[in-house]
Design a protein around this ligand. Structure first.
Ligand SMILES: [Zn+2]
Length: 252
């Protein structure tokens, strides 16, 4: 069964900690049977977004079929953030947008007018927008769901489907907010089962956070899906089909 990993980080270091080279990243994907990975920056959440959007494109360029880059911008900069988003959209090599309100230090409501504008433009470009979620004070699952309600035409993905503390909320919000999806990057086996039972299987995606650590995290996350007692049909949706539709790799 082909697999899309909707949540990984492809960067050369996290502060003083060196991360995987592109070759080691691809080797980890191969080892765990991951065909395609959505790749995000890490240092770009702390430093100049434009520089790191470009670095990410470079790092992904040798594997254009397998590594799908997501841009990031810093909504605290207002107009400059919108300009950078538009610049990246115009390049036509990004497959989505990633925000990490917790690391990027913004509460979505404190930058609402800029965020609404960013989400509208992402929606026009048909790009999904994945937010880190599951951690206060800036990225509770409720705060990210609010962004989805502000711009119903945008596709918003909870990057951790509640992570651990907000699983119950995530399940209900994914069920109730039509344009809100959940990436199963963090929820454990019983939580995955709960998310499927409450939210259904059509808006859940597989993700691992691979790149922050080695390939073992992929197998760990895959086990959380594979051991949840789900039918093959549901696993196929979670591991490939739902992500393929959001990334427009397969026809809806
Ligand atoms: Zn992550």
């Amino acid at each position: 069964m082909p697999i899309i990993d909707f949540h990984t980080h492809l960067d050369d270091r996290w502060f003083d900690t060196p991360l995987l080279s592109e070759d080691d990243f691809i080797a980890g994907m191969d080892r765990c049977g991951i065909d395609i990975a959505c790749v995000f920056t890490l240092r770009g959440f702390y430093e100049d977004c434009r520089i790191h959007n470009e670095k990410l494109l470079d790092r992904a360029a040798r594997h254009p079929e397998r590594l799908l880059p997501f841009m990031t911008v810093d909504p605290r900069f207002g107009r400059a953030a919108i300009d950078e988003l538009e610049r990246c959209i115009a390049i036509k090599r990004f497959y989505g947008v990633k925000f990490h309100p917790w690391i990027q230090s913004f509460a979505p409501s404190s930058v609402k007018s800029t965020m609404v504008e960013l989400l509208k433009r992402a929606a026009e470009a048909k790009l999904p927008v994945l937010f880190h979620d599951g951690t206060p004070p800036y990225a509770t699952t409720y705060q990210i769901a609010a962004c989805a309600r502000w711009v119903p035409e945008a596709t918003i993905v909870l990057g951790h489907a509640g992570l651990s503390d907000y699983i119950l909320a995530a399940a209900q919000l994914i069920r109730d907010v039509p344009n809100l999806y959940g990436c199963l990057c963090g929820p454990r086996t019983a939580d995955v089962r709960h998310l499927v039972d409450i939210a259904g299987a059509d808006k859940l995606l597989f993700g691992s956070d691979f790149g922050l650590s080695d390939w073992m995290v992929i197998d760990d996350r895959l086990d959380s899906v594979r051991c949840a007692g789900l039918s093959d049909e549901i696993q196929q949706k979670i591991l490939f089909d739902n992500a393929g539709k959001l990334l427009r790799l397969v026809t809806v």
